[in-house]
Design a protein around this ligand. Sequence first.
Ligand code: ADP
Ligand code: MG
Length: 674
Amino acid sequence: MESIKTLHGVGPERAKVFEKKGIKTVNDLLYYFPRTHEDRTHFTDIKESVVGEFVCFSVTVYSPIRESRIRKNLTLYQMTVFDESGSMNVVWYNNRFLKGAFLTGENVLLFGKVTLSGSKKVLQNPIYEKPKKQHFIGRIVPIYPLSGNLSQKIIATLMEEALEKVGTISEYMPKTILQKYGIADINFAMKNIHFPSKIEDYNFARKRFVFEELLFLRLALLSRRESNTKKERMPFENIDCVKSFIDSLPFSLTNAQKRVVDEIMEDVKKRVPMNRLIEGDVGSGKTVVAAAAMYVAVKNGYQSVIMAPTEILANQHFETFNKLFENTDLKIALLTKSTKNKQKVLEQIKNGEYQIIVGTNAVIQDKVLYNNLGLTITDEQHRFGVSQRAKLNEKGDNPNTIIMTATPIPRTLSLILYGDLDISIIDELPPGRKPAQTFAVDEKMRKRVYAFLEKNVKAGMQGYVVCPLIEESETEDLANAESVCKTLKNLFPNFNIGLIHGKMKADEKDTVMQEFLDKNIDILVSTTVIEVGVNVPNSNIMIIENAERFGLATLHQLRGRVGRGCEQSYCIMFCNSDNEITKKRMETLCKSNDGFYISEEDLKLRGPGDFFGTRQHGLPEMKIANLFSDRDILALADKVAEDIATKKENLTLEEEKILFGYAEKAIPDSIILN
Ligand code: ADP
Ligand code: MG
């Protein structure tokens, strides 16, 4: 494979930027697909052009570039152009390369936004090209996700070079399958995913890569399932002991919890290791189900470990388990980055003195050795990668596995995506819970919202204020945790206002969270670090700033932080957007408290090409497929994968080998596999 450095214009610096995106070879670059395309095939004349719109012009230079220095850091470069319909000015800022770039009478192509200066049309900062050498004007132009100092122009230029350099790509999908299902071959697809001359060609190309991505995913899952069923372990003998644990609880389990505990018990009796996903909305009580399973593991002579994504959450689980197992002889270890006497704790884990281990990803470090690990649990699975979960399981001898997630995904999708797992759903909240009343409001309501917050805090409750960014950013006018914290301190000098965000060290975060739990903090301003699992029953109000910035699944998760006690709780979302889709999204949250429904709506309301935030769903992050809008292709890929695995497609051994090889390499890191 040729290094990306063999392309003109990729030096060591640029190579580094690409490497950060996982692009090392020319071939890798080809698979860096555009996020969308912009149709720049339509030319207008100056007279017809509409102010505020982006348009292409083919014009003649009337007067070449004039340079005028406005102030120290601002120099204007202007020229006048004309066509048959009229003339207009073109302006660029601080681009000294433009001096002498155009000659009077020369034909140029321009693409940019038409604005008004007084009553005259002006084209600001347009892209320019000379006819016959055009790449970015007069055609459908790819728009790539940017990073570093890469520009669209740089990437597209490199992409053209890469396509040329690679020449003909050899096809890795069996021809029979391409023909049978009307899928584009790789060479057509590769050219047209980047540089289509018609949008239909792009769609056809895209379908190929979507199909390919989903097929590989399904093939990978099928081969995992195959190898999973070949694993063996000792069944747990003593299942009845779970009753005494359940009887010791201060509450009775919900029917959904009971059902899931039963499903787990059926699994651990078997000779094949359990491989189960527990899906349950925030607050549905997954922890106690996990505890029941761990209890049974210990009573059968095994160690059991639970891995949580944050230190705060690990601490909270540790406390919860200490309470739940208060009247037993179980010994519980807490293993995180901040664990004191780590050497000793590790020793006691290794020699089996601790039977239950609660921790962060510290529990998968190489130096942690277990003593007969029989059950592993991953909480909030979408926060971990495949390799982390795999590492956890390698700590034991085919241990039973539970994976927990609070981000419900539509059932149709979970069947396909989690095809190698058994699924348990906790679709019932413990009794007495009142769902948070949710409101979407705009700036005009701010005073009233703060008054309401004040009223609740005065009544002894606590509140959260969640912000999307940590530091003030100049380019984006977003509320941010630090300045919101200042504002609230000024507004409520008698309240204790705390701040917690992702850039703080783990022990700092812990201290703040502990203060909040101890009611020393009345209002906690935070970024989304509180999203995951933390439980403070006395907090009943949450204000979310710039709610339009969050995915619905995240907002639903966040709101799950309140309403954990018996007081009525409230979630108030500031949303400063008139966008119709955003409004619909907010409405969905205001009227529903059903995580499954919300996640379905969320996927529906994201258009194709809307790539952000699949992580929030716990869905695998796909390169090009949209799991909702591409569900027809997903169904097809599912069928074809099944047919391949059961030899119905009549592929040659060589063809199968190539496919499964690609499949194994193409697994997204965020998919649940064991
Ligand atoms: P999640 O599913 O979001 O992880 P938790 O396990 O943290 O939810 O449970 C949320 C709260 O509900 C905890 O305080 C827990 O003690 C309580 N809880 C769990 N199950 C029940 C139940 N059956 N009855 C009453 N309270 C319960
Ligand atoms: Mg939880």
